[in-house]
Design a protein around this ligand. Structure first.
Ligand code: ZN
Length: 150
């Protein structure tokens, strides 16, 4: 288990240092700013949609390794997914990082996002890990005002 932990740690650090899809999108369908005042994480998420399906995700911003890694992995993982897929994946992700007992966590659905499972031991970091998700959900719901995790 400690080897697995090290591996998870490494993936988070790698994505935190070298975030994927870290740029603005030209002609996005929508974009939205998200802010986590607890830690100071700030990002702008850009989405290109094809009907109900996500065609492209990118982001810019500044934040801690966990918030950056979370946005980076999200931007890789959710391409080609529908809104319904997104809410299913988010439900498992949220249950995993908050560690709420009795919540179903589907590890198959989570895939690479399993690297964030250690976050549930650090309640202060839960908002870092979920900032990009809250921003994405609000953008998909058509929000235009920046969102915060508070
Ligand atoms: Zn943070």
């Amino acid at each position: 288990m400690s080897d697995l932990r090290d591996l998870y740690q490494e993936v988070i650090l790698d994505h935190g240092r070298n975030p994927r899809n870290f740029h603005a999108l030209e002609n996005p369908t929508c974009s939205l700013e998200g802010y986590n005042p607890l830690c100071g994480d700030k990002l702008t998420l850009y989405l290109k949609l094809d009907g109900d399906r996500i065609e492209e995700i990118s982001f810019e911003g500044a934040g801690c390794a966990i918030s950056t890694a979370s946005a980076s992995l999200l931007s890789e993982m959710l391409v080609g997914k529908t809104r319904e897929d997104v809410s299913r994946i988010f439900a498992s992700f949220h249950a995993m990082v908050t560690g709420e007992p009795g919540q179903a966590i589907d590890m198959d659905v989570l895939g690479k996002l399993a690297v964030f499972q250690g976050v549930c031991e650090y309640p202060a970091r839960v908002k870092c890990a979920s900032l990009s998700w809250h921003t994405l959900n609000a953008a998909l719901d058509g929000a235009s005002e920046p969102i915060t995790t508070e």
